[in-house]
Ligand binder design. Structure first.
Ligand SMILES: C[S@@+](CC[C@H](N)C(=O)[O-])C[C@H]1O[C@@H](n2cnc3c(N)ncnc32)[C@H](O)[C@@H]1O
Length: 352
Protein backbone atom coordinates (compact mmCIF):
# COMPACT_ATOMS: atom_id res chain seq x y z
CA UNK A 1 0.00 0.00 0.00
CA UNK A 2 1.49 3.38 -0.97
CA UNK A 3 1.98 6.08 1.63
CA UNK A 4 -0.88 8.17 0.21
CA UNK A 5 -3.35 5.28 0.26
CA UNK A 6 -2.15 4.27 3.69
CA UNK A 7 -2.66 7.78 5.01
CA UNK A 8 -6.11 7.93 3.43
CA UNK A 9 -7.15 4.64 4.93
CA UNK A 10 -5.78 5.07 8.40
CA UNK A 11 -5.69 8.83 8.59
CA UNK A 12 -2.17 8.77 9.95
CA UNK A 13 0.88 8.85 7.74
CA UNK A 14 3.31 8.07 10.51
CA UNK A 15 3.08 4.78 12.27
CA UNK A 16 4.20 6.21 15.59
CA UNK A 17 1.16 8.43 15.36
CA UNK A 18 -1.06 5.44 14.65
CA UNK A 19 0.30 3.59 17.62
CA UNK A 20 -0.10 6.66 19.83
CA UNK A 21 -3.71 6.87 18.78
CA UNK A 22 -4.27 3.16 19.31
CA UNK A 23 -2.87 3.55 22.81
CA UNK A 24 -5.15 6.48 23.50
CA UNK A 25 -8.17 4.57 22.21
CA UNK A 26 -7.48 1.57 24.42
CA UNK A 27 -8.98 2.41 27.78
CA UNK A 28 -6.78 1.69 30.77
CA UNK A 29 -7.81 -1.45 32.62
CA UNK A 30 -6.20 -2.59 35.84
CA UNK A 31 -2.69 -1.78 36.90
CA UNK A 32 -0.52 -0.03 34.33
CA UNK A 33 2.95 -1.54 34.03
CA UNK A 34 5.85 0.68 33.08
CA UNK A 35 5.96 1.61 29.41
CA UNK A 36 8.19 -0.44 27.21
CA UNK A 37 8.07 -2.94 24.43
CA UNK A 38 7.34 -6.58 24.72
CA UNK A 39 10.21 -8.75 23.66
CA UNK A 40 10.49 -8.18 19.92
CA UNK A 41 12.40 -10.66 17.84
CA UNK A 42 14.48 -9.76 14.88
CA UNK A 43 12.43 -10.94 11.96
CA UNK A 44 12.96 -14.64 11.51
CA UNK A 45 12.99 -16.25 8.11
CA UNK A 46 10.77 -18.97 9.52
CA UNK A 47 8.70 -19.28 12.69
CA UNK A 48 11.10 -19.65 15.58
CA UNK A 49 11.07 -22.83 17.61
CA UNK A 50 9.99 -23.03 21.18
CA UNK A 51 9.30 -19.56 22.64
CA UNK A 52 6.56 -19.74 25.24
CA UNK A 53 4.26 -17.33 23.45
CA UNK A 54 4.14 -15.80 20.01
CA UNK A 55 2.18 -13.00 18.39
CA UNK A 56 2.15 -12.97 14.62
CA UNK A 57 1.13 -10.49 11.99
CA UNK A 58 0.43 -13.21 9.48
CA UNK A 59 -1.94 -14.77 7.03
CA UNK A 60 -3.15 -17.61 9.16
CA UNK A 61 -3.20 -20.48 6.64
CA UNK A 62 0.42 -19.76 5.69
CA UNK A 63 1.43 -19.54 9.33
CA UNK A 64 -0.41 -22.71 10.31
CA UNK A 65 1.25 -24.59 7.46
CA UNK A 66 4.62 -23.30 8.58
CA UNK A 67 3.94 -24.37 12.16
CA UNK A 68 2.83 -27.80 10.97
CA UNK A 69 6.16 -28.26 9.24
CA UNK A 70 7.81 -28.05 12.67
CA UNK A 71 7.48 -30.59 15.46
CA UNK A 72 6.20 -27.94 17.90
CA UNK A 73 4.20 -26.16 19.11
CA UNK A 74 1.05 -28.25 19.18
CA UNK A 75 -2.03 -27.00 20.96
CA UNK A 76 -4.24 -28.35 23.73
CA UNK A 77 -6.78 -25.77 22.68
CA UNK A 78 -7.39 -23.75 19.55
CA UNK A 79 -10.08 -21.08 19.45
CA UNK A 80 -10.96 -19.69 16.03
CA UNK A 81 -13.20 -16.65 15.66
CA UNK A 82 -12.99 -16.07 11.92
CA UNK A 83 -14.86 -13.43 9.93
CA UNK A 84 -18.59 -14.27 9.88
CA UNK A 85 -18.98 -13.06 6.30
CA UNK A 86 -21.30 -10.27 7.35
CA UNK A 87 -20.93 -8.51 4.00
CA UNK A 88 -19.06 -5.46 5.20
CA UNK A 89 -15.79 -4.10 6.45
CA UNK A 90 -15.13 -4.28 10.16
CA UNK A 91 -13.63 -1.33 11.92
CA UNK A 92 -11.32 -0.44 14.75
CA UNK A 93 -11.22 2.74 16.77
CA UNK A 94 -8.26 5.06 16.76
CA UNK A 95 -7.64 8.26 18.61
CA UNK A 96 -8.41 9.49 22.09
CA UNK A 97 -11.63 10.99 23.46
CA UNK A 98 -11.08 14.21 21.47
CA UNK A 99 -10.39 12.71 18.08
CA UNK A 100 -11.72 9.18 18.06
CA UNK A 101 -12.64 7.74 14.68
CA UNK A 102 -13.37 4.39 13.10
CA UNK A 103 -10.91 3.02 10.55
CA UNK A 104 -11.10 -0.19 8.50
CA UNK A 105 -9.67 -3.18 10.37
CA UNK A 106 -10.48 -6.14 8.14
CA UNK A 107 -12.73 -7.39 5.37
CA UNK A 108 -15.73 -9.40 6.50
CA UNK A 109 -17.16 -10.05 3.06
CA UNK A 110 -16.66 -12.79 0.51
CA UNK A 111 -18.77 -14.91 -1.75
CA UNK A 112 -20.48 -17.71 0.14
CA UNK A 113 -18.32 -20.32 -1.61
CA UNK A 114 -15.06 -18.47 -1.07
CA UNK A 115 -15.86 -17.99 2.59
CA UNK A 116 -16.58 -21.68 3.12
CA UNK A 117 -13.50 -22.76 1.17
CA UNK A 118 -11.29 -20.47 3.25
CA UNK A 119 -12.93 -21.73 6.43
CA UNK A 120 -12.55 -25.40 5.48
CA UNK A 121 -8.85 -24.99 4.75
CA UNK A 122 -8.20 -23.31 8.10
CA UNK A 123 -10.31 -25.76 10.08
CA UNK A 124 -8.31 -28.64 8.64
CA UNK A 125 -5.03 -26.94 9.49
CA UNK A 126 -6.24 -26.17 13.01
CA UNK A 127 -7.25 -29.80 13.52
CA UNK A 128 -3.78 -30.95 12.52
CA UNK A 129 -2.16 -28.53 14.96
CA UNK A 130 -4.04 -29.95 17.95
CA UNK A 131 -2.46 -32.24 20.51
CA UNK A 132 -3.97 -35.73 20.38
CA UNK A 133 -6.17 -34.73 23.35
CA UNK A 134 -6.77 -31.18 22.12
CA UNK A 135 -10.01 -29.35 21.41
CA UNK A 136 -10.98 -26.89 18.68
CA UNK A 137 -13.61 -24.21 19.33
CA UNK A 138 -14.99 -22.43 16.26
CA UNK A 139 -16.99 -19.25 16.83
CA UNK A 140 -19.53 -18.32 14.13
CA UNK A 141 -23.09 -17.10 13.80
CA UNK A 142 -26.23 -17.91 11.84
CA UNK A 143 -24.61 -17.01 8.53
CA UNK A 144 -22.34 -20.03 8.19
CA UNK A 145 -22.34 -22.08 11.36
CA UNK A 146 -24.46 -24.81 9.80
CA UNK A 147 -22.14 -25.33 6.88
CA UNK A 148 -19.17 -25.21 9.26
CA UNK A 149 -20.79 -27.97 11.33
CA UNK A 150 -20.89 -30.21 8.27
CA UNK A 151 -17.27 -29.43 7.44
CA UNK A 152 -16.20 -30.12 11.04
CA UNK A 153 -18.16 -33.39 11.15
CA UNK A 154 -16.26 -34.41 8.06
CA UNK A 155 -12.86 -33.32 9.42
CA UNK A 156 -13.19 -34.68 12.96
CA UNK A 157 -15.95 -37.28 12.67
CA UNK A 158 -19.40 -36.76 14.15
CA UNK A 159 -18.42 -38.68 17.28
CA UNK A 160 -15.85 -36.00 18.14
CA UNK A 161 -18.48 -33.24 18.36
CA UNK A 162 -18.22 -32.07 21.96
CA UNK A 163 -20.63 -29.16 22.20
CA UNK A 164 -22.65 -26.59 20.38
CA UNK A 165 -22.33 -23.59 22.68
CA UNK A 166 -24.80 -20.80 22.24
CA UNK A 167 -23.53 -17.46 23.46
CA UNK A 168 -26.50 -15.18 24.14
CA UNK A 169 -26.35 -11.45 24.62
CA UNK A 170 -28.48 -8.33 24.48
CA UNK A 171 -28.08 -5.27 22.33
CA UNK A 172 -29.88 -2.91 19.99
CA UNK A 173 -31.06 -4.17 16.60
CA UNK A 174 -32.85 -2.50 13.70
CA UNK A 175 -34.67 -5.77 12.88
CA UNK A 176 -38.48 -5.46 12.89
CA UNK A 177 -39.43 -8.28 10.53
CA UNK A 178 -37.83 -11.17 12.42
CA UNK A 179 -36.63 -12.02 15.92
CA UNK A 180 -33.53 -10.10 16.92
CA UNK A 181 -30.42 -12.12 16.18
CA UNK A 182 -28.68 -12.07 19.52
CA UNK A 183 -26.63 -15.20 19.82
CA UNK A 184 -23.46 -16.65 18.34
CA UNK A 185 -22.68 -20.33 18.09
CA UNK A 186 -19.42 -21.92 19.11
CA UNK A 187 -18.77 -25.45 17.85
CA UNK A 188 -16.34 -27.57 19.86
CA UNK A 189 -14.66 -30.71 18.52
CA UNK A 190 -12.07 -32.94 20.14
CA UNK A 191 -9.17 -34.46 18.26
CA UNK A 192 -9.75 -37.88 19.82
CA UNK A 193 -11.88 -39.67 22.41
CA UNK A 194 -9.42 -38.69 25.11
CA UNK A 195 -9.58 -34.96 25.74
CA UNK A 196 -9.20 -32.37 28.49
CA UNK A 197 -12.34 -31.09 30.17
CA UNK A 198 -11.81 -29.47 33.57
CA UNK A 199 -15.35 -29.54 34.89
CA UNK A 200 -14.37 -28.29 38.33
CA UNK A 201 -12.60 -25.27 36.86
CA UNK A 202 -15.78 -23.92 35.28
CA UNK A 203 -18.45 -24.65 37.86
CA UNK A 204 -20.96 -21.89 38.50
CA UNK A 205 -23.42 -21.41 41.37
CA UNK A 206 -26.81 -23.05 41.03
CA UNK A 207 -29.66 -20.76 40.16
CA UNK A 208 -31.29 -19.37 43.34
CA UNK A 209 -34.61 -20.86 42.18
CA UNK A 210 -33.02 -24.32 42.11
CA UNK A 211 -31.51 -23.82 45.56
CA UNK A 212 -34.90 -22.71 46.92
CA UNK A 213 -36.63 -25.65 45.26
CA UNK A 214 -34.35 -28.16 46.94
CA UNK A 215 -34.68 -26.37 50.26
CA UNK A 216 -38.48 -26.45 49.98
CA UNK A 217 -39.02 -30.21 50.06
CA UNK A 218 -37.00 -33.42 50.49
CA UNK A 219 -38.92 -34.76 47.48
CA UNK A 220 -37.63 -32.08 45.09
CA UNK A 221 -35.60 -33.58 42.25
CA UNK A 222 -37.13 -36.99 43.00
CA UNK A 223 -34.86 -37.23 46.04
CA UNK A 224 -31.64 -36.68 44.08
CA UNK A 225 -30.11 -33.62 45.70
CA UNK A 226 -27.14 -32.12 43.84
CA UNK A 227 -24.11 -30.82 45.68
CA UNK A 228 -25.44 -27.28 45.84
CA UNK A 229 -22.35 -25.87 47.51
CA UNK A 230 -20.03 -27.21 44.80
CA UNK A 231 -21.94 -25.51 42.01
CA UNK A 232 -22.75 -26.96 38.61
CA UNK A 233 -21.08 -27.43 35.27
CA UNK A 234 -22.61 -24.75 33.03
CA UNK A 235 -25.21 -25.58 30.42
CA UNK A 236 -24.28 -25.28 26.75
CA UNK A 237 -25.92 -21.85 26.50
CA UNK A 238 -24.09 -18.95 28.08
CA UNK A 239 -24.96 -15.37 28.76
CA UNK A 240 -22.12 -12.87 28.80
CA UNK A 241 -22.56 -9.20 27.97
CA UNK A 242 -21.05 -8.01 24.71
CA UNK A 243 -17.89 -5.96 24.92
CA UNK A 244 -19.78 -2.81 23.92
CA UNK A 245 -21.22 -2.93 27.43
CA UNK A 246 -17.91 -3.65 29.17
CA UNK A 247 -16.32 -0.26 29.41
CA UNK A 248 -13.27 -1.46 31.29
CA UNK A 249 -12.55 -4.11 28.67
CA UNK A 250 -13.14 -2.38 25.34
CA UNK A 251 -10.07 -1.68 23.25
CA UNK A 252 -11.79 -0.32 20.16
CA UNK A 253 -11.98 -3.41 17.95
CA UNK A 254 -15.44 -3.98 16.53
CA UNK A 255 -15.55 -7.74 16.87
CA UNK A 256 -13.75 -8.00 20.22
CA UNK A 257 -15.14 -10.85 22.34
CA UNK A 258 -15.60 -10.73 26.11
CA UNK A 259 -12.81 -12.12 28.27
CA UNK A 260 -15.33 -14.05 30.38
CA UNK A 261 -16.32 -16.10 27.33
CA UNK A 262 -12.72 -17.03 26.58
CA UNK A 263 -11.95 -17.61 30.21
CA UNK A 264 -14.56 -20.36 30.43
CA UNK A 265 -13.23 -22.02 27.27
CA UNK A 266 -9.58 -21.79 28.30
CA UNK A 267 -10.27 -23.07 31.82
CA UNK A 268 -12.38 -25.97 30.56
CA UNK A 269 -10.13 -27.22 27.79
CA UNK A 270 -6.54 -26.56 28.84
CA UNK A 271 -4.23 -26.82 31.82
CA UNK A 272 -1.71 -24.32 33.13
CA UNK A 273 1.44 -24.50 31.00
CA UNK A 274 -0.46 -25.72 27.92
CA UNK A 275 -0.33 -23.98 24.57
CA UNK A 276 -3.43 -22.21 23.31
CA UNK A 277 -3.76 -21.14 19.68
CA UNK A 278 -5.83 -18.36 18.14
CA UNK A 279 -5.19 -17.71 14.47
CA UNK A 280 -7.83 -15.00 14.08
CA UNK A 281 -6.82 -13.23 17.25
CA UNK A 282 -8.35 -9.81 16.51
CA UNK A 283 -7.82 -7.59 19.51
CA UNK A 284 -6.14 -10.43 21.40
CA UNK A 285 -8.80 -11.62 23.83
CA UNK A 286 -7.62 -15.25 23.77
CA UNK A 287 -3.97 -14.27 24.17
CA UNK A 288 -4.73 -12.02 27.12
CA UNK A 289 -6.87 -14.63 28.86
CA UNK A 290 -4.38 -17.44 28.15
CA UNK A 291 -1.54 -15.35 29.57
CA UNK A 292 -3.56 -14.43 32.66
CA UNK A 293 -4.36 -18.09 33.28
CA UNK A 294 -0.76 -19.28 32.92
CA UNK A 295 -1.03 -20.78 29.44
CA UNK A 296 1.35 -20.11 26.56
CA UNK A 297 -0.17 -18.97 23.30
CA UNK A 298 0.33 -18.45 19.62
CA UNK A 299 -1.90 -15.63 18.41
CA UNK A 300 -2.03 -14.40 14.83
CA UNK A 301 -3.95 -11.97 12.70
CA UNK A 302 -3.49 -10.52 9.23
CA UNK A 303 -4.71 -7.09 10.31
CA UNK A 304 -1.93 -4.81 11.57
CA UNK A 305 -4.45 -2.99 13.74
CA UNK A 306 -5.46 -6.26 15.37
CA UNK A 307 -1.86 -7.10 16.14
CA UNK A 308 -1.28 -3.60 17.48
CA UNK A 309 -4.30 -3.83 19.79
CA UNK A 310 -3.27 -7.30 20.95
CA UNK A 311 0.21 -6.11 21.76
CA UNK A 312 -1.12 -3.16 23.68
CA UNK A 313 -3.37 -5.41 25.75
CA UNK A 314 -0.52 -7.79 26.50
CA UNK A 315 1.70 -4.90 27.51
CA UNK A 316 -0.95 -3.76 29.96
CA UNK A 317 -1.12 -7.07 31.80
CA UNK A 318 0.19 -6.85 35.33
CA UNK A 319 2.16 -10.06 34.80
CA UNK A 320 3.31 -9.41 31.29
CA UNK A 321 4.13 -12.63 29.44
CA UNK A 322 7.27 -13.13 27.39
CA UNK A 323 6.03 -12.80 23.84
CA UNK A 324 7.91 -12.98 20.63
CA UNK A 325 6.26 -10.59 18.20
CA UNK A 326 6.90 -11.35 14.58
CA UNK A 327 5.38 -11.32 11.16
CA UNK A 328 5.02 -13.91 8.44
CA UNK A 329 6.18 -13.71 5.82
CA UNK A 330 8.74 -11.10 6.78
CA UNK A 331 9.08 -9.25 3.51
CA UNK A 332 5.66 -7.68 2.84
CA UNK A 333 4.74 -7.27 6.49
CA UNK A 334 7.75 -5.27 7.54
CA UNK A 335 8.76 -4.94 11.16
CA UNK A 336 6.50 -5.09 14.16
CA UNK A 337 8.20 -3.33 16.99
CA UNK A 338 7.80 -0.37 19.23
CA UNK A 339 9.34 2.99 18.51
CA UNK A 340 10.86 1.99 15.20
CA UNK A 341 9.57 4.67 12.89
CA UNK A 342 7.45 3.82 9.89
CA UNK A 343 8.03 0.14 10.43
CA UNK A 344 6.17 0.20 13.72
CA UNK A 345 3.27 -2.24 13.96
CA UNK A 346 4.05 -3.74 10.59
CA UNK A 347 2.12 -0.99 8.83
CA UNK A 348 4.61 -0.33 6.11
CA UNK A 349 4.41 1.04 2.63
CA UNK A 350 5.08 -2.42 1.24
CA UNK A 351 2.46 -3.76 -1.17
CA UNK A 352 -0.59 -5.21 0.61
C1 LIG B 1 -14.00 -11.88 14.47
S1 LIG B 1 -12.41 -11.19 14.43
C2 LIG B 1 -11.64 -11.90 15.86
C3 LIG B 1 -11.98 -11.14 17.10
C4 LIG B 1 -11.25 -11.64 18.34
N1 LIG B 1 -11.76 -12.90 18.79
C5 LIG B 1 -11.31 -10.61 19.47
O1 LIG B 1 -11.76 -10.94 20.58
O2 LIG B 1 -10.91 -9.48 19.24
C6 LIG B 1 -11.69 -12.08 13.10
C7 LIG B 1 -10.25 -11.74 12.82
O3 LIG B 1 -9.74 -12.62 11.83
C8 LIG B 1 -8.75 -11.91 11.11
N2 LIG B 1 -8.50 -12.61 9.84
C9 LIG B 1 -9.34 -12.73 8.79
N3 LIG B 1 -8.77 -13.44 7.81
C10 LIG B 1 -7.53 -13.77 8.27
C11 LIG B 1 -6.45 -14.49 7.69
N4 LIG B 1 -6.54 -15.07 6.49
N5 LIG B 1 -5.32 -14.62 8.42
C12 LIG B 1 -5.22 -14.08 9.66
N6 LIG B 1 -6.22 -13.38 10.24
C13 LIG B 1 -7.36 -13.24 9.56
C14 LIG B 1 -9.31 -10.53 10.96
O4 LIG B 1 -8.32 -9.57 10.69
C15 LIG B 1 -10.01 -10.34 12.31
O5 LIG B 1 -9.20 -9.62 13.19
Amino acid sequence: MGRGRFAGRYGAARLEELERQARAAARPAGPQPADGPLHVATLPARPPAGPPSQLWLAENAALMRALLAQPAPRFRLIYLDPPFNAGRRRTARLGGPDGAREVPAYKDEASFGAHLAALAERLALARDLLEPDGTLYVHLDWRSVHEAKVILDYLFGRARFLNEIVWCYYGPSPIRSAFKRKHDTILAYTRSRRYVFNADAVRVPYDPVTVRTFASSPKAGFGKVPDLARGKVPEDWWYFPVVARLHGERVGYETQKPEALLERIVRASSHQGDMVGDFCCGSGTTAVVAARLGRGFVAADSSPLAVAKTRLRLERLAARPAVEVSCWPAAPCGMIATGMGDETLGLTDAPA
